[in-house]
Design a protein around this ligand. Sequence first.
Ligand code: FUB
Length: 340
Amino acid sequence: MLAASAALISFSQEAVEYPITKAMGNPLFVDFPSQLYEGEGTGPFYSADASARVWNIDGRDVLYIYCSHDMAPAKGCDHMDRYHVFSTEDMINWTDHGEILNADDVRRELGWGCDGFMWAPDCVYNPADQLYYFYFPHPATEDWNNTWRIGVATSKYPDRDFKLQGYVEGMAKRIDPHVFIDDDGQPYIYNGGGAHCFGAKLKRDNWMELETEPVEMQGLYDYHEGTWIHKFNGRYYMTHPDNHSPKLGGNKMRYAVSDSPLGPWEDLGIYMDPTGIETNHGSIVNYKGQWYAFYHTGDFSGRGNLRSVCFEPITIRPDGTIEKVIPTWHRSYADRKDMK
Ligand code: FUB
């Protein structure tokens, strides 16, 4: 039923000019057009795995979303073959800056890769060389489950002109790269999946090379994938989806704290209830003084593999605990005019 409602949204079949800006609420980005997977025409833009980053651009704080792109028709997560970048300055008007990278680019320019499988990415800014580093998980061959690499592309801009550089050698063959830069400028890189999470230092003068061997993070509870680190009052917070069963609503989002970016971690429990689909994956960011949790749902499509990024304002209490978030996915669905 939900999928049929979503299909009522129609888009122009003409070539799309980027950037495009539209006012929207949860679920985000579905009002933007998306190409179909190996098909003619366009449909709603489905997105997942949001990495939210705030950068000062020409004196203005701008929030960027680097996320993966669920392509319709979906076949599991196999067809996710490209990335777009989004931004906002008011959490209402969102800009789609267009595609920055796809799986064909990786195969053509780096000589490895496979169709699809451009999964949860991240992006950070290196002030030393004034480049944005875009990290993405992608298999080296069609044997996708055993050959994951963490690819890297860089750009002078946060939203365009990314050039593929290679991959981070020595990482675990797992997904969902995340880079955290500590206050002293030291970058750390994480990835994980299949209940294991790894972290390592990147070289300060080369953000594509490891300074230390990846070590498995200790003390996490029911870790699934989707590592995200933020710092609050001098402590390190890791948020991640757990393994909560899809039959019971899907992944919950948990958090753990540490006095070190590489743990050991102390689990502090759940900060977000399931969103009704198998996976969740998100990020936590402070924008203009307000903390936000980004996550994804399948509420617009009714399909677990045609997801939509959403966000909720959250409260981190003075004692460092996070007030539990009830995702507004039911309300956002009911509120949509085109669903009535
Ligand atoms: O989007 C593809 C995969 O699904 C991501 O890499 C995981 O975190 C899960 O959200």
